[in-house]
Design a protein around this ligand. Sequence first.
Ligand code: NAD
Length: 456
Amino acid sequence: MVKHLVAAQNDFFATQKTKEVAYRKKYLKKLQQEILDQEDVICDALYADFKKPKFESLATETQLVLAELRHAIKNVKNWSEPDRVGASLLNFPSKEWVQPEPYGKVLIISPWNYPFMLSISPLIGALAAGNTAILKPSEFSPNTAKIIAQIIRKVFPPEYVTVAVGGVEVSTELLAEKWEYIFFTGSTRVGKIVYQKAAEHLTPVTLELSGKNPCIVDGTASIKLAAKRIAWGKLINAGQTCIAPDYVLVHKSVKKALVDELKKNILQFYGDSIEASQDFARITTSKHYEELKTMLKGQKLLFGGNYNDEDQYLEPTLVDEPQLDSTIMEGEVFGPILPIISYEDESELDDYISRYPNSLAFYVFSNNKRFQKRMMGQYSFGGGTINDTVVHISNKALPFGGVGQSGIGGYHGKYTFDLFSHHKAIVKRATWLDVPLRYAPYNVSMKWIKKLKYFF
Ligand code: NAD
């Protein structure tokens, strides 16, 4: 089945059809229309998978994807044009340009936490750049995977775009094939497997992985606003967000005020009975749900801690000063649990932050410009926000991605088009002049050779 799909996509790519910008645009528009028509059905599927609130489904899944589509449809012609560069004097007379071209067949593997957006968003760039694609959504958001498969089947011929539904076995089968590009979003553990499989064919990859994202609140921060923005960034999607703040490092002088405000905001967002709120999602997989419950064992709680196994509800929970060797401080906290750790002196911060290299996101709440600048400059992380959380993902002019442990490559907007394009360098020489200096015998041009560096 996989072999057959791969062969069909190879044959289709060879027809050169996807190199026509009008063809790409036609299908991006069809996809746009189908998503618009199915927006409610997509939201229903997300609700069925993990009770994702409709507002969050619109804001973080369908509308983000529609914004990417609008942008790609508007700009694909322009992006696909050859980009003329200044000609080198060494080639005089010549014209020189960069020609973006598609790689070929692309494999996109996506996770369950933003299952619609993280599948379709990279697909848009892959298609805008002229590739064909096979999409493998997560098996842990089966209702969303089903609607994605339906939409794709309706819009595209399978030799152009296909969805392969299934779990690890399907991924493994797909990864055994040769791809011209692999785009993976998921855990760092599986990212390493994907990278190894890609290396066998020297296939370029984008790996959108995970990290333990620090959120620092210093003594000068606007605490009310910081608490509101941290609570929002942590609790949207029930904390199952790769760029959610993972743990808070707060200056001792403002810790109590921050914790009080966090509690106040949680209750304001969801009311006294959070479990009954329509605005708070559930933990999607039983594995993650159990892991999160285990993280709470033996911890001192400042708020929350309740859960309900029936529908994998986990209350927003604030953990007070966890031990650094406890499970909650070992890996990523992928749920609505926020460890709060206090510090007294700036010099202590590095001990925490450097324990977890290359976070995917990084947050600083401070009104001290020197501190903001130092924090943003000192550490290597995917992307970050000063005085807010998560929102750096919302601007398509900013590349979204990790570095080191948290990933390879950045996308969104034109960055996605560029990522899925090979940038071919072309020089067109004129024939009316041929400066003879490069040809042997070299004795004539020897006196010029040390001036060569001025002509590159
Ligand atoms: P995961 O790595 O378990 O799975 C991701 C995808 O890989 C799924 O489609 C799954 O079927 C497939 N897969 C799983 N095991 C595999 C294997 N052995 N071989 C081949 N394929 C395999 O991740 P997840 O649990 O679905 O998602 C949560 C993780 O993703 C979190 O760590 C989160 O931080 C990360 N994430 C990162 C981003 C980002 O943009 N950087 C976005 C969302 C989620």
